[in-house]
Design a protein around this ligand. Sequence first.
Ligand SMILES: NC(=O)c1ccc[n+]([C@@H]2O[C@H](COP(=O)([O-])OP(=O)(O)OC[C@H]3O[C@@H](n4cnc5c(N)ncnc54)[C@H](OP(=O)(O)O)[C@@H]3O)[C@@H](O)[C@H]2O)c1
Length: 258
Amino acid sequence: MRVVVITGASAGIGAAIARELARRGDSLVLAARTADALQHVASEIASPTHVVAADVTRRADVERIRDEALRAFGHVDVWINNAGRGIVRPVLELSDEDVDEMIAVNVKSALYGMQAITPHFIERGHGHIVNMSSFLGRVPVATPRSAYNAAKSALNALTANARVDLKRTHPGIHVSLVMPGLVTTDFAKNARGSTGATPAAAIGSPMKPQTAEEVAAVVADVIDRPVAEVYTNPASATLAARYFDDVGRFEAEALARG
Ligand SMILES: NC(=O)c1ccc[n+]([C@@H]2O[C@H](COP(=O)([O-])OP(=O)(O)OC[C@H]3O[C@@H](n4cnc5c(N)ncnc54)[C@H](OP(=O)(O)O)[C@@H]3O)[C@@H](O)[C@H]2O)c1
């Protein structure tokens, strides 16, 4: 029996991952702040599921997710740091509170998760950490997301460093980074400073939005066949290559297109 912990499982991508993994036969631990919404997701799932109301910006809450998962199922195979939140605020208007929240919910949450579960994975000799980042953490094309882009970039770096460190000493432990593009969840509406459901404008991005189910299918495949990194949107790799080929040209062309 494979046991998977998913943070941010009460809605959007996390809930879709829960439904997809349950279909594939996994037992699940679902965590988020809203207990009712978690119970609702759990009620739609046929496989064994344990629900934990927790705020992943608090280290003690994340450690409690681990403890409850081990108490409920005896072991954990996969830990998905999926909880996250966006922002709508340009760089020059960012407050200390804006930056602190983006770092807490998008970076520290995953750091706490990695630090909480890794000793268990080391003890067992295997395990898999999956960190949910964003294409914006690799290529910051949506300028109003500013501190969110920065936070996801930090998450990308921590994920890569953890992967290499663990691979050196514990080759049975995998660390994967997932970078979706635009996904049709309530993410934009839930963003700090959002005034509605309109996504933040992205410069030079012709990317078609994906559904949470499409992203969940990619995540499930990553768990079956671990890779270092994956873009969930087929358009992302080409766009990233164009961006890194010449950042100045990419930005100038995007601005010229308006
Ligand atoms: N949608 C997109 O366009 C998109 C694109 C790229 C990457 N992503 C990433 O995908 C992940 C999921 O986003 P989504 O689209 O599913 O957004 P969403 O619909 O807003 O869902 C966010 C989830 O995170 C949980 N959450 C937020 N703050 C939390 C906290 N402090 N503690 C515990 N749980 C918390 C929410 O539950 P509660 O409110 O109940 O706590 C909810 O379950 C995020 O990391 C996001 O950055 C999204």
